[in-house]
Design a protein around this ligand. Structure first.
Ligand code: FAD
Length: 380
């Protein structure tokens, strides 16, 4: 977005708290083919492509789904962030590293951005500010945007996994209740192992790593674990006079998988377009910038809504029911129909979810979920 605005002739300054862009990124870096086609800069940081994934249901046998063409790519996330920043800087955006923004104040005719750098306080003034400070940042709340009402924690580690050549997704209450764990090959002999969970994220990842090491699938479980949060619900609003919020800070993430790279990039494009028009017409009022909210909601609302329903349902299924769902996916005819369907997309899940619910019977899946929730409540 910084590069796009700079290319459009605006003077853009990016403030990054760390001394390097992409430092401490806790992310697996998987994006769909569509993301790479839409944002070719990502190609510079591709580690590998993937056209198949192996699924590990809670207790039934693992199975693979494979397409003829590459469906997803694993990016070197720090390298991707650095490539984006280089591209933006080449377009004219200025990067100020080691500058932690502490406050943003919108006045009548300008916005003031206060930041800390090298132990002292400083300030910049501009016509508008874009908050892209990621998950857990206090800035959106401080500026009156509220905070995301739902989130999940993720933990991940780089492991040595000789022989691994396929993305693996593991399910079940023993691994990641309500969510999933992954083992993603990145470079020869190397992989990222991680999981999402609402509780005991680190402990669960340690147990997952121990289990993989015990099976000889990874060389050692003694690895450095990093943590990050993922918003599962967007902020109630993401624009105000002279300010917009974009990316994880705004909650623009797929609730099904927690993937936020592509949606964040799409929303950043919309933000750049709306800001450009607003600056050109010298109208940065909250009414004008609300166009940003309208446009990105127009693009993503259905996905996010259906994604949240699916997530709600999935978190209420027990292991037996998840096994049953996976059995249905493997039923003769369905698997082929799934793989060849135009609804099968890495980035847009709503049509596939709706189709699946129709196929499995909306009533039966909902009643499975209700029954599990009821049993769980009674057990408390
Ligand atoms: C374990 C895990 C795995 C994931 N895997 C995937 C995946 O495979 N695919 C996918 O699409 N998504 C994935 N995600 C989600 C993805 O990482 C995020 O959606 C994405 O990073 C959001 O980008 P962002 O630019 O909004 O925020 P961030 O990447 O968090 O960037 C925010 C930036 O703002 C800086 N910053 C914060 N506060 C300040 C401040 N006050 N002043 C100055 N700078 C500040 C930070 O240093 C950082 O550089 C994963 C997340 C986790 C936790």
């Amino acid at each position: 977005m910084a590069g796009r605005l700079a290319l459009l002739g605006h003077s853009v300054v990016v403030l990054e708290q760390h001394d390097r862009v992409g430092k401490l990124a806790c992310c697996t870096g998987i994006v769909g083919r569509e993301c790479l086609e839409t944002f070719p800069v990502a190609t510079e940081s591709v580690l590998r492509g993937s056209r198949s994934a192996r699924f590990f249901p809670p207790s039934s046998r693992p199975f693979s789904l494979e397409k003829e063409t590459v469906q997803a790519y694993v990016l070197d996330r720090p390298a991707f962030d650095a490539a984006m920043a280089r591209r933006s800087a080449d377009s004219g955006a200025e990067y100020l590293l080691g500058c932690k923004v502490t406050d943003v104040v919108a006045a009548e005719d300008r916005v003031r951005v206060a930041f800390q750098t090298g132990g002292h306080a400083d300030e910049l003034q501009g016509r508008a500010a874009v908050i892209t400070s990621g998950f857990g940042s206090k800035l959106p709340r401080r500026l009156g945007f509220g905070r995301t009402a739902d989130f999940v924690m993720g933990a991940q580690a780089e492991v040595s996994a000789p022989g691994l050549d396929q993305v693996e997704v593991h399910f079940g209450s023993h691994v990641a209740p309500g969510f999933f764990a992954w083992l993603v090959p990145t470079a020869p002999g190397k992989a990222l192992a991680g999981l999402l969970s609402r509780s005991h994220t680190g402990r669960r990842l340690r147990a997952f790593l121990d289990s993989l090491a015990g099976q000889g699938r990874i060389a050692s479980a003694e690895v450095n674990v990093v943590y990050g949060g993922i918003p599962l619900r967007p902020l109630p609003h993401t624009s105000a006079a002279r300010i917009v919020v974009v990316g994880d800070a705004a909650g623009q993430v797929k609730p099904t998988t927690g993937g936020g790279i592509y949606y964040g990039l799409l929303c950043a494009e919309i933000a750049a377009d709306v800001l450009h028009r607003a600056i050109c017409s010298n109208d940065l009022s909250s009414q004008t910038l609300r166009e940003y909210d309208r446009r990105w909601h127009g693009l993503l609302s259905r996905e996010l809504q259906i994604g949240r329903w699916s997530r709600w349902l999935f978190e209420r299924l027990n292991d037996r029911q998840i096994d049953r769902l996976f059995q249905m996916v493997q039923e003769p005819g369905f698997r082929e129909a799934l793989l060849t369907s135009a609804d099968f997309s890495f980035d847009w899940h709503s049509r596939l979810v709706v189709r699946g619910l129709r196929r499995f019977g909306l009533r039966s899946v909902f009643s499975m979920a209700w029954l599990s929730a009821f049993r769980r409540d009674r057990a408390r």
